[in-house]
Ligand binder design. Structure first.
Ligand code: MOS
Length: 742
C-alpha cells in the first residue's frame, strides 16, 4: 500500500463489529410475530400461466398466505396501467410490455415471480412454495442478443443520442486501420449477502423497513410513492451491507410486494431470496456487443475512432448505461463517433454492475488501443502518450485534474514493464508463457447533493450523522477521517452514525460518489463547528481574546495560535466556560459552478502480468498493479482495500464470470456460485495499489475524486492485452476461458 505520511492509514471503524458478528445485516433483524416470504419463479421465459394451483400450498402447515396475480393486494401508487419501470412510476410508455409484479398471468422473463408464499417459519414457507404448480402456455422466447442485434432501438435519455465530432468515417482514410468486435456476457453481481427486505407496518400509515438497499432515502421514496404515504412516516434501515456491486441501486418490485403483503396479513414479513434468484430478480450486467473502428497515421496519431455498442434490456423497461462514453473524451482524436442501442429481450431488466457500462466500454476501447499499438509497432503506453489529451475534447473544457501520465509511469515501474517483450509469445518460464498488459480506466467524478449533521460535545466527543449506507468500501471510516482532519478530534472520539432515514438525507451509495458528496457535507458541518469555536475563543475573555480567526489552528482538542502555540485553549474548556454542552450543526452541501466549468473524471491504469499454459489454455494473473488518479485519498487503508476489491472483480470479469443461458428455454444453466465463478483467493495474486494522491482543486473541499468504479474499469482489457502479449492470441469475447486459447 502506498501511504502518505501526512495522512496515516486508520483501521476500518466498523472492522471489529464486522469480524465479531456484531454488525447486523437486514436479514438478522428478528421482530416479534414475524413471518417469512418465499418467491416462486416462473419456469418459462415467455408466455402465459393458464392455471396456477395454490391449494396444497395454502393448506400446508404454518402457511399464512399465498399470493398470486389472482389475489395480490393492490399497490395504490402503481395503478396507472402503462408501460414503464417495474417498480412503479414514472411511466415510460415506449416499452413493449408492462410488468407489475403478480398483476397478470403473463410471463415476461424466466424467474418472474408467479407466487409469494408466507408462513410462520422460513422452512415452512419454502416447503409450501414447493407445492405450487403452474401450467403454462409457452411462447418462443428471445434471449440471445447475438440473434437480435438488428432489433436495436435508440433509447431515450442521456445515453440515447448518437455522438460525433469531425468526420465520423475518417478512420477509413487512415493508413493503419482496425475494426474489431468485442462481447461482454451477462454477468451477475453475486454479492455474498442475498437480496431481500423485512417490512413492518407499525401503524396504519407507518412503516419500518430493513432492506438490502444502496440508498435508504431512495427506498423510502419508492415506498412512499407505492403506498401513497408521507415519506416521513417510513423509516428505512441499512447500516451494513454484505456487498452491493450495483444490485441495490433500485427498489425491486418484490420488495414493494413484500410491503403490500405485510400490510395484508398484519405481521412483519421477511424475504431473503435464494442464490438462484439473485440471477433473475435483481439485475445483471447486460450482454453487450461492441464494434470499434480505429484509424491511425504511421506516427501513431489517431485519425478516427468509432465505437458502437448494442446491449440487451427487458421487454418491459429500457435500461441504459454509459458504455460508449469513454471513447468521446479519452484520447486526442479529431474524428470520433459513438452509437448506443438496446434490444428488448425476454429477460429481467439489467442494472448497473461494478464499474457499469464504462467497464464494458473500456474493455473494447482499451483492447483496440492495444491492437492498434501492435499494428503500429509501438509500445502500448507510448501509443497512448502520443494521443494523450490535457483537455476534454468532448466538451472543450479543461479537466479539473488529470495526472494520468504520472500514473502510467508509476505503474509501469512497479510491474516491471521493461521486462515486457514486444514480440507476442516470446517469453516463457518452464511450461508457462508470460505476458504483460495494461489498460486505462476512467469514470465521472461526481459531486451530488448531500446532507450531514455533526455534534461536538463538551466532553470532547464528536458525532457525525448521515443517512448514507456503507455497502462495504468503508464510508464510515472515510467520513471519520474527514471530520478528524477538520476538527482535530481524535479518531477514537468520533462516532459516525449512518444507514438510516432518521438521519440527514443522503444520496444512494453508488457511482463512486459518496466521499465526494457526503464527505463534503461532513466537511462543511465540521467547518461550521470550527468557525463557531473560533468565534467563541476570540470574542470573549481568555487566552485567545482578540486574535485573528485565521491565525488559529485546531488540533488534538486544542485551539491555539499557529505562530505562538503557548496561546491556547482546550476546546472542552472553551465550550464549558460558555455553557455550551454541545455545538450542533447540520446542512446541505452541493457543488458550485466548477461542476460545469470543468470536466471531472477519475483515472486509473491497470498493469498485469499473466501466465498462460499453452497446453491447457489456463490463464493466471500473476501480478497486478493498479494506479488511481482519484484526487486526494481521504482514507488510504480503505481506499487500498477498495482498489483490491475492484481488481478482484476485474479478474472475475476477465477470466471466469459469465451467466450462461440455454436459449431454447431462456433460462440460466449456471445460476449458483459453484458454476458461476467469481474470483476467489486462489485466482488473485498480491495486488499492488498506487495512489497519485494529488488533490483535485475544483471538485470539493477535500480534493477527493471517486475511486470505486475505476478500480475495475479497464482491468479486463489489461488482462486480454497481457494474454495477447503472452500468446499472440487476441480474445475479444469475455471471459477468457481456456477453450478460447486452444
Ligand atoms: Mo455501483 S455499479 O454504482 O453500485
Amino acid at each position: 500500500m502506498d501511504t502518505n505520511p501526512k495522512n496515516p492509514p486508520i483501521d476500518r471503524i466498523d472492522g471489529r463489529q464486522k469480524v465479531t458478528g456484531a454488525a447486523k445485516y437486514f436479514a438478522e433483524f428478528d421482530l416479534p410475530n414475524m413471518a417469512y416470504c418465499v418467491i416462486v419463479g416462473s419456469e418459462i421465459a415467455r408466455g402465459t400461466m393458464a392455471r396456477i394451483d395454490t391449494k396444497k400450498a395454502a393448506g400446508a402447515p404454518g402457511v399464512l398466505g399465498v399470493f398470486t396475480h389472482e389475489n395480490m393486494p393492490p399497490i395504490p401508487g402503481w395503478d396507472a396501467p402503462v408501460g414503464g419501470q417495474a417498480d412503479g412510476p414514472p411511466p415510460k410508455p415506449k416499452t413493449e410490455e408492462t410488468y407489475r409484479i403478480l398483476s397478470s398471468p403473463k410471463i415476461l422473463f424466466d424467474g418472474q415471480p408467479i407466487a409469494m408464499v408466507v408462513a410462520d417459519t422460513f422452512e415452512r414457507a419454502t416447503y409450501a412454495a414447493s407445492l405450487i404448480k403452474a401450467i403454462y402456455t409457452r411462447q418462443p422466447s428471445k434471449t440471445d442478443l447475438r440473434k437480435y442485434l438488428a432489433n436495436g432501438v435508440m433509447p431515450g435519455g442521456a445515453q440515447g443520442a448518437d455522438y460525433s465530432r469531425g468526420k465520423p468515417d475518417a478512420y477509413q482514410s487512415a493508413p493503419v486501420q482496425l475494426e474489431a468486435n468485442y462481447t461482454i456476457p451477462i454477468e451477475v453481481h453475486n454479492p455474498m449477502e442475498l437480496h431481500g427486505i423485512l417490512a413492518h407496518w407499525t401503524g396504519e400509515k407507518q412503516l419500518m423497513i430493513y432492506a438490502k438497499t444502496q440508498g435508504v432515502n431512495a427506498t423510502q421514496q419508492a415506498m412512499a410513492q407505492a403506498f401513497k404515504i408521507d415519506p416521513k412516516n417510513i423509516q428505512v434501515h441499512t447500516e451494513f451491507m454484505g456487498g452491493g456491486f450495483g444490485m441495490g441501486l433500485r427498489t425491486w418490485p418484490q420488495e414493494t410486494a413484500v410491503v403490500a403483503i405485510a400490510r395484508k396479513i398484519g405481521r412483519p414479513v421477511k424475504l431473503m431470496v435464494h442464490r438462484s434468484q439473485m440471477f433473475t430478480l435483481v439485475g445483471h450486467r447486460p450482454y453487450t456487443v461492441q464494434t470499434i473502428q480505429m484509424g491511425a497515421d504511421t506516427n501513431g496519431k489517431l485519425v478516427g475512432l468509432a465505437h458502437a455498442a448494442t446491449a440487451e434490456t427487458a421487454s418491459y423497461e429500457d435500461f441504459t448505461e454509459a458504455t460508449v462514453n469513454m471513447t468521446k473524451f479519452m484520447y486526442a482524436c479529431p474524428n470520433v463517433s459513438t452509437r448506443y442501442r438496446i434490444v428488448r429481450l425476454d429477460r429481467g431488466v439489467p442494472i448497473w454492475m461494478r464499474g457499469p457500462g464504462e467497464a464494458t466500454g473500456a474493455f473494447a476501447l482499451e483492447s483496440a488501443m492495444d491492437e492498434m499499438a501492435h499494428k503500429l509497432g509501438l509500445d502500448p503506453i507510448e501509443f497512448r502518450l502520443r494521443n494523450y489529451t490535457e483537455t476534454d475534447p468532448e466538451h472543450n473544457r479543461p479537466y479539473s485534474s488529470k495526472h494520468l501520465k504520472e500514473a502510467y509511469q508509476k505503474g509501469a515501474e512497479a510491474i516491471g514493464w521493461s521486462n515486457r517483450k514486444s514480440q507476442p509469445g516470446s517469453s516463457r518460464e518452464g511450461d508457462w508463457l508470460i505476458g504483460y498488459g495494461m489498460s486505462t480506466g476512467t469514470f465521472n467524478a461526481f459531486r451530488w447533493q448531500a446532507n450531514a449533521r455533526a455534534l461536538l460535545k463538551a466532553d470532547g466527543s464528536l458525532t457525525v450523522q448521515s443517512a448514507v449506507t456503507d455497502i462495504g468500501p468503508g464510508t464510515g471510516t472515510a467520513l471519520t477521517m474527514i471530520a478528524h482532519n477538520v476538527l482535530g478530534v481524535p479518531i477514537d472520539r468520533i462516532k459516525v452514525e449512518y444507514g438510516d432515514t432518521s438521519l440527514p438525507n443522503a444520496p444512494t451509495q453508488g457511482g463512486s460518489a459518496i466521499v465526494s458528496a457526503v464527505g463534503s457535507a461532513v466537511f462543511d458541518v465540521c467547518t461550521a463547528i470550527k468557525k463557531e469555536l473560533i468565534e467563541l475563543a476570540v470574542q470573549s475573555a481568555g487566552p485567545l481574546a482578540g486574535q485573528k480567526p485565521e491565525a488559529l489552528t485546531l488540533a488534538d482538542g486544542l485551539l491555539s495560535v499557529e505562530t505562538d502555540p503557548s496561546k491556547k485553549v482546550a476546546v472542552a474548556e472553551l465550550m464549558r466556560s460558555h455553557n455550551r454542552m454541545v455545538i450542533d450543526k447540520s446542512g446541505e452541501s452541493k457543488g458550485g459552478p466548477n461542476l460545469q466549468n470543468y470536466s471531472m473524471y477519475s483515472f486509473s491504469v491497470h498493469f498485469v502480468q499473466v501466465r498462460v499454459n499453452p497446453l491447457t489454455g489456463v490463464v493466471r494473473v500473476s501480478k497486478a498493479v493498479s494506479v488511481a488518479d482519484s484526487g486526494r485519498i481521504v482514507s488510504p487503508k480503505t481506499a487500498a482495500s477498495q482498489m483490491i476489491g475492484g481488481v478482484t472483480g476485474g479478474i472475475g470479469m476477465a477470466l471466469t464470470e459469465e451467466a450462461v443461458i440455454d436459449h431454447r428455454f431462456g433460462r440460466f444453466v449456471n445460476n449458483n456460485l459453484a458454476d458461476y465463478h467469481v474470483a476467489v483467493h486462489a485466482d488473485v495474486p498480491a495486488i499492488e495499489t498506487i495512489f497519485i494522491d494529488k488533490p483535485d482543486p475544483y471538485i470539493n473541499p477535500m480534493g477527493a475524486k471517486g475511486m470505486g468504479e475505476i478500480a475495475l474499469i479497464g482491468f479486463a482489457g489489461a488482462v486480454a492485452n497481457a494474454v495477447f502479449n503472452a500468446t499472440g492470441q487476441r480474445v475479444r469475447d469475455l471471459p477468457i476461458t481456456p477453450d478460447k486459447l486452444l
